[in-house]
Design a protein around this ligand. Structure first.
Ligand code: ZN
Length: 140
């Protein structure tokens, strides 16, 4: 069994400094920093938005919005489908609005990365319930 490496000066250097800097800029309202964040996390958010949309809009998943955005991100251009549902885009925007508010709480606790922090939010039940509340306007 290997012993976990003790906290040392070397470990300290591994503190996700770049992540902390990015978040502190976002907190100050730096739009460039925010755009960098959006770019970095859009595929996760897109995935989450599509999953929620599929579960709630009642359309087959191929028709759930964001397909257009997804193609654009992959460098393809696609015609908008006529039967595409619009909810996906709303969810996508909602998630980023929430992340913008929550991400300022990131403090690199235990040297955790910003990506870990964001991942936890996106996959937490609490976050899903917040969204349900927003979507349906009632308590779950
Ligand atoms: Zn949908």
């Amino acid at each position: 069994m290997t012993k976990p490496i003790a906290e040392s000066g070397k470990e300290q250097k591994q503190l996700p400094k770049a992540d902390l800097e990015l978040v502190s800029k976002i907190a100050k309202g730096d739009t460039q920093a925010w755009e960098r964040f959006v770019l970095g996390y859009s595929s996760w958010v897109l995935y989450r938005a599509r999953k929620w949309c599929e579960r709630h809009c009642g359309k087959p998943c191929a028709n759930c919005g964001l397909a257009l955005l997804h193609s654009k991100m992959e460098g393809r251009t696609t015609e908008r489908r006529e039967d595409e549902c619009d909810d996906g885009m709303e969810i996508y925007i909602w998630i980023f609005e929430q992340l913008q508010k929550r991400v300022v709480r990131y403090s690199a606790r235990n040297n955790s990365k910003l990506s870990t922090f964001v991942w936890r939010i996106l996959n937490s039940r609490e976050f899903y319930i917040d969204w349900l509340r927003w979507k349906y306007g009632r308590v779950f």
